[in-house]
Each structure stands twice: as structure tokens, then as C-alpha cells.
Design a binder for this molecule. Structure first.
Ligand code: HEC
Length: 280
């Protein structure tokens, strides 16, 4: 009986623990699901989309958001945007990177190289906050893993998310496109300098003014740069940033499955042969 009581307590406790964060996260609106090319067991990134997404990050987001885990050389690696070596060099060289000290003991600036980290817009968090009305623009390297776009009751959540994923890229898209007028009862206590965004995890008031505008960037591949398109592209780019080895992981997984199927077949044949003359 004692064991049963212990088991029940443990079950109740773990349920409470599981339910806590799920309920807390239920405040923001569910993001709209998007059919990204990199979803599912065989999904791969769309190179052109990653290149467009990088353009949006570079021309718009990088004014406020760092991406500390990325190096310029990553932009040329396979499984990513796959810019050519010359393009990567040219992109890196657009930035002035502080280096040194040199032989005189002085710091100096030089053009960026592919081995450099993405240049951050601010020196530290204080400077970033000071420039953004006290709010901190989070680093974008892992944002699609750190946030989820879909919130379901805890008892169905794991099953649905097996298929949909956490919706991290959808969250980025939803925040970028989800600005709206506040509902009437909220409008009265609108905080100064903030916008209403029902998808923002810590919202609904957000200190980021809508960063995208219609045709705010000019895509070289002729894609129309609507706000929705830019948001999808930059969300895909950030999904790659957070998981640069996604394609490798999926292809290895597939190879392992094929290997296991062949191995299982061989084992079955071996079994037939070994037991052939045995009465059983
Ligand atoms: C002018 C500065 C600025 C620009 C440009 C900007 N942001 Fe932001 N962003 C912020 C700030 C500040 C916050 C934090 C808001 C808050 O805490 O209320 C933020 C928050 C966010 C969040 C929510 C983060 C979270 O914690 O859930 C996302 C996602 C985001 N930005 C993505 C982007 C993307 C993608 C771009 C480029 C298209 C972009 N931002 C451009 C300043 C900016």
C-alpha cells in the first residue's frame, strides 16, 4: 500500500511540474502554422530562401539583434545558404572588426574575414538596452529553439508537437507579422513606446516597433518582398542558424534506418538457416 501511495504522489508531483510551464506559456496566441521546406523527416532548407533570409537579417534585424553563434564562414558551408567563397569574403569584408592589440599595444580596426563572428550591433547588454528604451533585443542565434509558437494543453501537447515541432520559426514569423491595434479594454493602459503584439511570449506589449515594411528590402532573385515573405525568409534563416546541421542529421538518420532494415532482413535469413533442421 505504501508503495502505491508513493507512486501516486510521484505521479501527482510530476504532473504538476509538467503542467506549470505549459500553462504559463499559454498566454500568447498560437502562431499560424507554416509549411516550411525543412520540416518532416526528409525536409531540407531552400537555399534561395536562406539567402533572402540572411539579407533580411543583415539589412534589418542586425541593427538591434546580435547572432553571436554565427561566423561569416558558416554562410558558405553546405547545408546552409551556401554562398560562394567569394560572396562570403565580400560579405565579411563589409564589416569593420576590432582587432589587436598590434605591436604598439593599440587596438585597431580591419575589414572582416570569413573566420570572424557576426559583428554585434552593441558592445554589451547595457548599450543595447540604452538604445532600445530599456528593453533588451535578444540574441537571434537560437531564438527558434528558445521559443515555441504553439501552445496546447499539456496532456496533448507532446503528441501534437511530435508532428508540428515547437513552432519556433512560426513564432518568429508571428511576432514579425502579428502587430495589431490593442483590444479596447487594453488600449487605455498602453505603455509608452510599446506596440501591441498578441504573439509575443512576454507580451502582449512589445518594445520592438514593427521592423518590417512592404518592399523594405530588395531581393535580387525577383521575389516580391512583402512583409509576410520577409518574415518567412528570416524565420527560415534563423531556423538554420539554430540548427546548421539539420540536413546532415536527417540524412544520417535515413541511412541508419536503411542499414537497420537490411540488417534485420539478414538476421531473419540467418535465423531461418540456423533453425532449418531443428524440430520446433
Ligand atoms: C530597432 C531595433 C530592432 C530591430 C531593427 C529588430 N528588433 Fe526584434 N526586438 C527588439 C527589441 C528591443 C526586442 C525586445 C522587446 C521586448 O522585450 O519588449 C525585440 C524582440 C524580438 C523578438 C521577440 C523575442 C522574444 O524574447 O521572444 C523577436 C522574435 C525579434 N525581435 C525578431 C526580430 C527580427 C527577426 C528582426 C528583423 C526582421 C528584428 N527583430 C528587428 C529590437 C529590434
Amino acid at each position: 500500500m505504501k508503495t502505491l501511495a508513493k507512486l501516486l504522489t510521484a505521479a501527482a508531483l510530476s504532473t504538476a511540474l509538467l503542467a506549470g510551464p505549459a500553462f504559463a506559456a499559454g498566454k500568447a496566441k498560437n502562431a499560424q502554422d507554416i509549411d516550411f521546406s525543412f520540416e518532416g523527416p526528409f525536409g531540407t532548407f531552400d537555399r534561395a530562401q536562406l539567402q533572402r533570409g540572411f539579407q533580411v537579417y543583415k539589412e534589418v534585424c542586425s541593427a538591434c539583434h546580435s547572432a553571436d553563434l554565427l561566423h561569416y564562414r558558416n554562410l558558405g558551408e553546405s547545408g546552409g545558404p551556401e554562398f560562394s567563397e567569394a560572396q562570403v569574403k565580400a560579405i565579411a569584408a563589409e564589416y569593420e572588426i576590432q582587432d589587436g592589440p598590434n605591436e604598439d599595444g593599440e587596438m585597431f580596426e580591419r575589414p572582416g574575414r570569413p573566420s570572424d563572428k557576426f559583428k554585434a550591433p552593441f558592445t554589451n547588454a547595457n548599450e543595447a538596452r540604452a538604445a532600445n528604451g530599456g528593453a533588451y533585443p535578444p540574441d537571434m542565434s537560437l531564438i527558434t529553439k528558445a521559443r515555441e509558437g504553439f501552445h496546447y494543453p499539456w496532456y496533448v501537447s507532446p503528441f501534437i508537437k511530435m508532428w508540428t515541432g515547437n513552432g519556433g520559426p512560426e513564432y518568429v514569423h508571428a511576432v514579425l507579422t502579428g502587430y495589431s491595434d490593442p483590444p479596447e479594454k487594453e488600449a487605455a493602459n498602453a505603455p509608452e513606446g510599446k506596440s501591441y503584439n498578441a504573439y509575443f511570449a512576454a507580451g502582449p506589449w512589445i518594445s520592438m516597433a514593427p521592423p518590417l515594411s512592404e518592399d523594405g528590402v530588395e531581393y535580387s532573385d525577383g521575389t516580391k518582398a512583402s512583409v509576410d515573405q520577409q518574415a518567412k525568409d528570416v524565420a527560415a534563416f534563423l531556423a538554420w542558424a539554430a540548427e546548421p546541421k539539420l540536413e546532415e542529421r536527417k540524412s544520417l538518420g535515413l541511412q541508419v534506418m536503411i542499414y537497420l532494415i537490411i540488417l534485420a532482413l539478414l538476421m531473419y535469413l540467418v535465423k531461418l538457416k540456423l533453425w532449418r533442421d531443428v524440430e520446433h
